[in-house]
Design a protein around this ligand. Structure first.
Ligand code: AMP
Ligand code: GLY
Length: 414
C-alpha cells in the first residue's frame, strides 16, 4: 500500500514510524514532513492545509490511505474533500472537528449529554462577560472560542488579568471574531486519553501525560508540550472505566446522534478532580507529544488500525507492556523568540527513539529549525528507568542552543 501522512512535527514522525513497521506499507509519503521523517518517507512539499494540492497528489500517486496529523488540516475539511473524491482517509470531517475547533460546540454537547466538565457560560459582549467574572470567583478560566494553537486559554488570578484578557479576546481583533467561554477553575492531575473512534466504536490507547510548562516543577510559560510518558499510576482501572463509559463512549455516541459521527482519534484532555474525572478539552486528532510516547507501544499493525477506522470499523489493537518517557529538546528562548540554524551532533549515538519536531538539513548537517526541535523517547520496564535512559541519551546530543526539562514523569514515581 501507498500511505500519505499529512503534517510535519514529532507526532507525524511517530505516525510515519508506526506505519513503517507495517509490512503492508510499501511506500510512505509525508506532506510536508521534516528532516527526521525524510529518513523513513518521501517528503513532498505540500502545505498541510493545501487541500486541493493534497487531493491531486493522492490521486496522481494512487495513494491507498492518508493519515492526518494536524488539526489545521482537519478544520479546513481535508477529510470531507478526500471522501468526496473516493479517497481513503483517517481523520474526522470538518463538522466532527468542531469538538476541538469550537469550545462552545464541545461544551454544549457535554451539557446536553451529561458529560462531566467544568461549569461555563459563553459571551460575545465584553461588558456582560466582565459582569459574569465579577459575580464569580478567582481564578477563572477564559477560553477564546476557535482554533488558537493553544494560545487561547487564560487562567486569570486577578480581576485586572481577567479584564485584560477579555479586552484582547472581545474588543481587539487579535484573535479574530470574538466569542469567549468562561469556565469554573478545576484542580487535579491532568491526563490524556486518546481513543480510536469509528462512529460509536471506541478503542482506547494507553493513557499519557503531557507537560505543558516550559521549565521544571511546572514553572514558566505554556508550550506545545515539553515531554510526556505512559503509564500513569494515579489513573486507576476504575478511573479508566469511568472515563471510557461516561466521557469517551458517551461523546462518540453523542456525535452519532447529532448527525456528525466521529472517525479518527478522539483525544480527551481529562482532569482527576476531587469531584471525579472531568473534561478539560477535546481534540479531534492525535496529541503532541503524547503520540510520540503512545505509538511506540503499538504492537499490532498500525496500517490495519488506521484502515479499519477509515472504513468505519472497530480496529483491533495490541499494546506492549512497560513504560515510555519522552523528553523534548527545545531551542533556548522557546516558547518566546529563538534563533535557528544551530548544528546538532551525536544523535547517532542515541539508543532511544528520536522524533524530529523542528530540524532541517543544511550543508549536510542536522540543524535546529523550530521552537521544539526533537523528542527523545525511551522505553523501559519502569518509568524511573525510562527517565534515566532518556536523560542518559540526551547527554550524548551536542548542540549549543537547546534546553530541556529534567523532571518529565517524576511526579509519577516521586
Ligand atoms: P486547553 O487549551 O483547553 O487544553 O487549556 C490549556 C490548559 O489550561 C489545560 O491543559 C489546563 O492545564 C488549563 N485549563 C483549561 N481549562 C481549565 C479549567 N477549567 N480549570 C483548570 N485549568 C484549566
Ligand atoms: N498535548 C496537547 C495537544 O496535543 O493538544
Amino acid at each position: 500500500m501507498k500511505i500519505l501522512v499529512i503534517g510535519s512535527g514529532g507526532r507525524e514522525h511517530a505516525i510515519v514510524e508506526a506505519v513503517s513497521r507495517s509490512p503492508k506499507a510499501k511506500k510512505i509519503y509525508a506532506a510536508p514532513g521534516n528532516a527526521g521523517i525524510a529518513q523513513l518517507a518521501e517528503c513532498v512539499a505540500i502545505k498541510d492545509t493545501d487541500v486541493e494540492a493534497l487531493v491531486a497528489f493522492a490521486k496522481r500517486e494512487a495513494v491507498d490511505l492518508t493519515v492526518v496529523g494536524p488539526e489545521a488540516a482537519l478544520a479546513v475539511g481535508v477529510v470531507d474533500r478526500f471522501r468526496e473524491e473516493g479517497l481513503k482517509i483517517f481523520g474526522p470531517t470538518k463538522a466532527a472537528t468542531e469538538i476541538e475547533s469550537s469550545k462552545d460546540f464541545a461544551k454544549r454537547l457535554m451539557k446536553k449529554y451529561d458529560v462531566p466538565t467544568a461549569d461555563y457560560a459563553t459571551f460575545t459582549d465584553y461588558e456582560e462577560a466582565m459582569a459574569y467574572v465579577r459575580r464569580g470567583s478567582l481564578p477563572t478560566v477564559l477560553k477564546y472560542d476557535g482554533l488558537a494553537a493553544g494560545k487561547g486559554v487564560v487562567i486569570a488570578t486577578t480581576m485586572d488579568e481577567a479584564e485584560a484578557a477579555l479586552r484582547d479576546m472581545l474588543l481587539d481583533t487579535k484573535y479574530g471574531e470574538g466569542r469567549v467561554v468562561i469556565e469554573e477553575f478545576l484542580t487535579g492531575e491532568e491526563f490524556s486519553l486518546m481513543c480510536f473512534v469509528a462512529g460509536s466504536k471506541v478503542v482506547p490507547m494507553p493513557v499519557a501525560q503531557d507537560h505543558k510548562r516550559a521549565y521544571d516543577n511546572d514553572e514558566g510559560p505554556n508550550t506545545g508540550g515539553m515531554g510526556a510518558y505512559t503509564e500513569l499510576p494515579f489513573v486507576t482501572d476504575e478511573d479508566h472505566a469511568y472515563a471510557m463509559e461516561n466521557i469517551m463512549q458517551r461523546v462518540a455516541d453523542a456525535m452519532v446522534a447529532e448527525g456528525c459521527p466521529f472517525t479518527g482519534v478522539l483525544y480527551g484532555g481529562l482532569m482527576k478532580t476531587p469531584q471525579g474525572i472531568k473534561v478539560i478539552e477535546f481534540n479531534a486528532r492525535f496529541g503532541d507529544p503524547e503520540t510520540e510516547v503512545v505509538l511506540p507501544r503499538l504492537k499490532s499493525d498500525a496500517v490495519d488500525a488506521f484502515m479499519a477506522v477509515a472504513n468505519n470499523e472497530k480496529p483491533t489493537v495490541e499494546w506492549s507492556e512497560g513504560a515510555t518517557l519522552g523528553i523534548v529538546l527545545a531551542s533556548k528562548g522557546y516558547p518566546g523568540s529563538y534563533d535557528k540554524g544551530f548544528v546538532i551532533n551525536g544523535t547517532e549515538r542515541v539508543e532511544s527513539k528520536i522524533y524530529h519536531m523542528g530540524t532541517a538539513m543544511k550543508d549536510g548537517e542536522l540543524v535546529t529549525a523550530g521552537g521544539r526541535v526533537m523528542i527523545v523517547v525511551a522505553t523501559a520496564p519502569t518509568l524511573e528507568q525510562a527517565q534515566a535512559k532518556a536523560r542518559e541519551d540526551i547527554a550524548k546530543i551536542e548542540c549549543d542552543n537547546l534546553f530541556h526539562r529534567t523532571d518529565i514523569g517524576a511526579k509519577a514515581f516521586r
